[in-house]
Design a protein around this ligand. Structure first.
Ligand SMILES: *[C@@H]1O[C@H](CO)[C@@H](O)[C@H](O)[C@H]1NC(C)=O
Length: 196
């Protein structure tokens, strides 16, 4: 009796495992991206930003997270340049903008270029992950998680500081920082999924 029960439980687990394997095998890249993005905080943004890479991502979750980091990095770079030039302008004419605004630009200049470096570094850290084994894999994923979290903190600090007035141009920059923060958050969520 016990052995029959065992047989059936083995059989069901076998069927279950093989149907799971078939489900992921049959999944096409766009539905793979959609379901992966479903685990992020901003699934719509995640899907829209990664769908263009579907053909190159396939159903590879490491590659998906690396593309997500590159999407975030590609927003941060021009933003960092923009804030650098605002900083430069503010330091040439310190009296034209308030003290709070000037210090926000100065802080953001450092924060966003830092965030940009952290996100790029994280993408590189996961390159070639498939060929690695054991603790090297865990170590690299954990580094990327740490660096992406730090980047999100930098972005959040910057957008908070930009909240203190400064007019329309600043509001535009603040929104872009916010958007970059959401993209970095999505990239981190996709990296977190690799741990399971
Ligand atoms: C991400 O961008 C870097 C630098 O441009 C590039 O070397 C790398 O191949 C990109 N990663 C992916 C997954 O496309």
């Amino acid at each position: 009796m016990a052995s029959i029960a065992l047989f059936f439980s083995l059989l069901t687990s076998l069927l279950f495992t093989s149907s799971m394997a078939i489900a992921s095998y049959n999944q096409n890249p766009t539905s793979f991206i959609r379901s992966s993005c479903g685990r992020t905080l901003y699934p719509g943004l995640c899907y829209a930003s990664l769908r263009p890479f579907a053909a190159r991502v396939g159903t590879d979750s490491v590659l998906l997270s690396r593309f997500a980091m590159n999407v975030s990095a590609s927003r941060l770079k021009p933003l960092s340049d923009k804030i650098f030039s605002l900083h430069h302008r503010a330091s040439l004419a310190p009296s034209s903008s308030g003290g709070i605004v000037t210090s926000a630009i100065k802080d953001c200049d450092g924060l966003i270029s830092d965030a940009s470096d952290l996100v790029k570094k994280s993408e590189k850290e996961l390159a070639g992950l498939e060929e690695m084994v054991g603790r090297e894999v865990t170590w690299r994923i954990s580094n990327a998680q740490t660096w992406l979290s730090a980047a999100i903190t930098d972005e959040g600090t910057c957008s908070d500081e930009f909240g203190n007035g400064g007019g329309e141009e600043f509001e535009r920059v603040r929104k872009k920082v916010k958007r970059a923060e959401q993209l970095t958050s999505n990239a981190l969520a996709l990296v977190n999924c690799l741990v399971n």
